[in-house]
Design a protein around this ligand. Structure first.
Ligand code: TIU
Length: 233
């Protein structure tokens, strides 16, 4: 049994790494680039870009081991029929969901700004989940996709830590998944909210799960790669 050095204590990986998936939440231009939803809400979006290199390394390790990768996108249908009026009204930014911005319509599926950033584009065969809510399980096929693959363990990454990432991690925890939040592969517009989220997750003996640095995760995955512990897909 391989373990990752984590907090509040070691995280045990499944004996067969095929039961482990990497979940990348909403690494979209709408959140990371000027002119999108994040900026419309008044945030300094460029600070989120710091996690891209670490995330690229993690993705590369998963691809090398042929382990499942899930990419999520927060988005709405062009007619906004899947956007609750309460969500549409919220924020009072310069632009709101559905409005035309410099990268197309804000948070609308298929618009340039709604796409995943070029550096982290999914490869064919990876799971892509379009989600209308903050949590990745709400009104999406994610639970089915994970069940079909027998996934029990999730490494969770992406943006923003205390919004879509934390909501998804709590949803996953309630569904029985063993969840680890990768500390340097998640970011918030508010550094203090990121730190609070990490602390909340691992408090009370890991009430929501574990946190660990990507270097600790990579160390174990790379050892797995050498030992050939995965069966491939
Ligand atoms: N505003 C903010 O921090 N986040 C979101 O609206 N969505 C996600 O976190 N993806």
């Amino acid at each position: 049994m391989s373990t990752i050095a984590a907090l509040p204590y070691e995280y045990e990986l499944p004996a067969d790494l095929q039961h482990l998936a990497l979940v990348i939440i909403d690494m979209q231009r709408d959140f990371l680039e000027p002119g999108g939803f994040g900026a419309a809400l008044g945030n300094d979006v460029e600070r989120l870009q710091a996690i891209v290199p670490a995330l690229q390394q993690l993705i590369s390790a998963f691809r090398k081991l042929k382990l499942p990768i899930v990419h999520t996108l927060e988005c709405h249908q062009p007619d906004l029929s899947d956007c609750p009026p309460a969500k549409l009204k919220r924020g009072k930014g310069s632009l709101t969901i559905g409005d035309l911005g410099p990268m197309g319509r804000i948070l609308v599926q298929g618009e340039p700004g709604n796409d995943i950033i070029p550096e982290l584009q999914p490869l064919p065969g990876e799971i892509v989940i379009h989600k209308p809510g903050k949590g990745a399980f709400y009104q999406t096929p994610l639970a089915t996709e994970l069940q079909q693959r027998g996934i029990t363990h999730l490494l969770i990454t992406g943006v923003t830590t205390e919004v879509c990432v934390q909501t998804t991690m709590r949803e996953a925890n309630d569904r029985g998944y063993e969840c680890l939040l990768v500390e340097d592969c998640t970011e918030s517009y508010f550094p203090e909210f990121k730190q609070s989220t990490l602390a909340m997750v691992r408090a009370q003996g890991g009430i929501v799960g574990w946190t660990a640095a990507s270097t600790a995760v990579l160390q174990v995955l790379e050892a797995g790669s050498v030992a050939g512990v995965t069966h491939g897909v």
